[in-house]
Write a protein that binds this ligand. Structure first.
Ligand code: 4NP
Length: 149
C-alpha cells in the first residue's frame, strides 16, 4: 500500500487489508513515496479513525518506498495517480510496472479514481477515506484469497 507520506492513507489501507486476510498467509505492508515522515507513527487522525472502527494501526512506522519493493511484493497498490506516476518512475522492468495498480480500481474498475489526500483537511476526510478503503479492500481481499487459496 503506497501513498505520499505513509502516515494517513496507506497505513489505513495496510491495517484494513491485513485484517481481512487470513493471518500468516500474506504479508501486507505500506510505504510512502516521500521521505518527510520516515519512522513516524500514523497521523493521529488515521489512528483515531481506525480505532473507532476497531482497528489498531499504532504499531506501524512510516518508511519510504524503494525499488527493492518491486522484488519483495507481488502487488503494489497506490492511493492516487500522483503516487502511481512516482512509483512507475522507479520501475526499471515491465514486470515491475505491471504490479502497480490504483487501489480504487477494484471498486471502480478502469475509472482511475484517487483516494483523496486527507492530510490538510478535517477528521471527516479521514472517515471518508476509511470507508472507501474498507469497501475496496473487501473486494481486494476476496480476489487475493481466491487467487492464492
Ligand atoms: P498520506 O498523506 O500521503 O496519505 O500519508 C500525506 C501526509 C503528509 C503529507 C502529505 C500527504 N505531507 O506533505 O507532509
Amino acid at each position: 500500500m503506497v501513498c505520499l507520506g505513509n502516515i494517513c492513507r496507506s497505513p489505513l489501507a495496510e491495517g484494513l487489508l491485513a485484517a481481512k486476510l487470513p493471518p500468516n498467509k500474506f504479508i501486507v505492508d505500506s510505504a510512502g513515496t516521500g521521505n518527510y515522515h520516515i519512522g513516524k507513527q500514523p497521523d493521529q487522525r488515521s489512528i483515531m479513525t481506525a480505532q473507532k472502527n476497531g482497528l489498531d494501526i499504532t504499531n506501524q512506522k512510516a518508511r519510504q518506498f524503494t525499488a527493492r519493493d518491486f522484488e519483495e511484493f507481488d502487488y503494489i497498490y497506490v492511493m492516487d495517480n500522483s503516487n502511481y506516476d512516482d512509483v512507475i518512475e522507479l520501475a526499471k522492468k515491465e514486470e515491475h510496472k505491471k504490479k502497480v495498480q490504483l487501489i480504487l480500481n477494484d471498486l471502480f474498475p478502469g475509472d482511475n479514481v484517487d483516494v483523496p489526500d486527507p492530510y490538510y483537511g478535517l477528521q471527516n476526510g479521514f472517515d471518508m477515506v476509511y470507508e472507501m478503503l474498507d469497501e475496496t479492500c473487501n473486494i481486494l481481499a476476496k480476489k487475493l484469497i481466491e487467487k492464492h487459496p
